[in-house]
Design a protein around this ligand. Structure first.
Ligand SMILES: Nc1nc(=O)[nH]c2c1ncn2[C@H]1C[C@H](O)[C@@H](COP(=O)(O)OP(=O)(O)O)O1
Length: 216
C-alpha cells in the first residue's frame, strides 16, 4: 500500500474556464492546486442564477404544521423532476430571487408551493448539496405553521407555469416509517436531506423497546 501524499500546500482554485452555458446551468473547467502542490483540473457545474452577495442558491424549508387535535406534520412536496426522470419526495424549496433575504424567500416559496403561511423559527448556515459535482448551496429554514389560523385552513398553492407540485403531510413522530411506506408503494426517490432528517428524528427521539444493556 502506498503512503498518502504529504499535504504541503493550502489547496486553492486558480482558474475557472467556461465550457458551456444554458439559461439555468453552466459547465466550467476548474483548475486548482491540490494539497501536494500539483495543479489539476475538475469538471464543475454551477447555477447561472446565483444572486450577487448571497452565498446560497436556494432555500429549503423544513415546515412543521401544528394543528389542535392533530399530530404535528412535516409539509413535504412530491413532483416530477426531469433530471431524475421520476417523482421525488422533497422538502419545499426554491431559488432565492433578487432583493430577497433567505427568510423572505423561504416564506414565499412555502406559500407558492404549498399554500401555507408560516413563521421562520430558525435558519441553518450555508450548506453544500453535491460538492463533487457543483457549487450549489442551500440554507435550510425552519418554519412553524399555525394550522388553526384561518389562512391555513384551506391552503391554496400559487404555482407558476410548468410547476406541478403535490403537497404531502407526514407526521413527525412517524416520519421515517411513513417515507419507507411511500417508497414501497410507488416509484419515487427521496431527497437525501429528507431521509437523513428522518433517520435523525428516529435516532434522537424514539428509543428501542428492548434496552438490556446500554451500549457505547
Ligand atoms: N436546471 C433547470 N433547468 C430548467 O430548465 N429550468 C430550471 C432549472 N432550475 C430551475 N429552473 C426553473 C424552472 C422553474 O421556472 C423555476 C423553479 O424554480 P424554483 O421554484 O425556484 O426551484 P425548484 O422548485 O427547486 O425547481 O426555475
Amino acid at each position: 500500500m502506498s503512503s498518502p501524499k504529504k499535504a504541503t500546500t493550502e489547496p486553492h482554485v486558480i482558474e475557472e474556464e467556461l465550457i458551456a452555458s444554458g439559461k439555468w446551468v453552466k459547465l466550467e473547467k476548474t483548475t486548482y492546486v491540490d494539497p501536494s502542490g500539483s495543479t489539476r483540473t475538475w469538471e464543475t457545474t454551477k447555477r447561472t442564477t446565483r444572486v450577487a452577495n448571497i452565498a446560497s442558491d436556494a432555500v429549503t424549508i423544513i415546515a412543521l404544521l401544528k394543528r389542535t387535535l392533530h399530530k404535528d406534520c412535516v409539509v413535504m412536496v412530491r413532483q416530477f423532476r426531469p433530471p431524475m426522470g421520476c417523482n421525488t419526495l422533497e422538502f419545499p424549496a426554491g431559488l432565492i430571487d433578487d432583493n430577497e433575504t433567505v427568510e423572505t424567500a423561504a416564506l414565499r416559496e412555502l406559500k407558492e408551493e404549498t399554500g401555507y403561511k408560516g413563521e421562520v423559527v430558525g435558519v441553518t448556515p450555508v450548506t453544500c448539496l453535491d460538492p463533487g459535482l457543483s457549487n450549489c448551496t442551500t440554507q435550510m429554514v425552519m418554519v412553524h405553521i399555525n394550522g388553526d389560523d384561518t389562512e391555513n385552513i384551506n391552503p391554496t398553492q400559487q404555482l407558476g407555469d410548468g410547476e406541478f407540485v403535490e403537497v404531502i403531510l407526514l407526521p413527525l413522530n412517524e416520519f421515517q416509517q411513513k417515507i419507507d411506506e411511500l417508497l414501497k408503494k410507488e416509484k419515487i426517490v427521496v431527497q437525501s436531506m429528507v431521509y437523513i432528517y428522518a433517520m435523525g428524528m428516529s435516532q434522537a427521539f424514539f428509543k428501542p423497546r428492548e434496552l438490556p444493556v446500554l451500549k457505547q
